[in-house]
Design a protein around this ligand. Structure first.
Ligand code: TMP
Length: 214
């Protein structure tokens, strides 16, 4: 366990889901609502969140990097996460901020574990090295059928290396997320992302208010 974790004062929230669920928009809306209520918020994303993390993100998502092995991909996500935690997430939590991250470890379990087929126990052991066992206090999973999600992203011309995967890959990722959520019902709350944007944001707000006790 890392030093920082012991003195952690803030609240750590992660948002998860397959492509096109609208979680990035929801992250922004949630952040704005919390700021209105007087919370200090740090909104961030994975892979990324730091200069080094963004460089790793470019390598990971570049459409030309099709030859990347699954193990390289997996280790790079972990490398970006280790940097993100030490440089941004832990300092913000130690300052008492609410940290909202668009993706965290559950993405690796869903995409590299259930999607790519890397052994889940192996993923967890490397995660322990990268994160020191730090978990979000609350995770919101935006669930949506794969076809709708990919269609939504096409609509906004968003294409990266993982989005170019076969539909079967994305279906495995979605199923993986649902299994992860089922195994940890206290931490992970699932929201139906097929609802209108406003209804989704109301559900997110209800969950966060409940978790913060406000
Ligand atoms: P984004 O487009 O939601 O920012 O996510 C970038 C892509 O990276 C998305 O396809 C999901 C994928 N991803 C993984 O495969 N494993 C991970 O650990 C993370 C954080 C993201």
């Amino acid at each position: 366990m890392r030093e920082g974790q012991k003195s952690k004062k803030g609240i750590f929230i992660s948002l998860e889901g397959i492509e096109g669920t609208g979680k990035t928009t929801q992250a922004r809306l949630l952040s704005e609502r919390l700021v209105e209520k007087g919370y200090e918020v740090m909104l961030t994303q994975e892979p990324g969140g730091t200069v080094i993390g963004n460089r790793i993100r470019e390598i990971l998502l570049h459409v030309d990097h099709r030859e990347m092995s699954y193990m390289t991909e997996f280790l790079l996500y972990n490398a970006a996460r280790a940097q993100h935690l030490s440089e941004k997430i832990l300092p913000a939590l130690n300052q008492g901020k609410v940290v909202i991250t668009d993706r965290f470890t559950d993405s690796t379990i869903a995409y590299q574990g259930y999607g790519r087929g890397i052994d889940i126990e192996l993923l967890k052991s490397i995660d322990l090295i990268a994160t020191g066992g730090i978990r979000p206090d609350l995770t919101i999973l935006f669930d949506l059928d794969v076809e709708t999600g990919l269609q939504r992203n096409k609509g906004i011309n968003k294409v990266d290396r993982l989005e170019l995967e076969e539909i079967e890959f994305h279906k495995k990722v979605r199923e993986g997320y649902l299994k992860i959520a089922e195994a940890e019902p206290d931490r992970i709350k699932t929201v139906d992302a097929s609802l209108p944007l406003k209804d989704v944001s109301e559900k997110v707000w209800e969950i966060v208010r409940w978790r913060l006790g406000i």
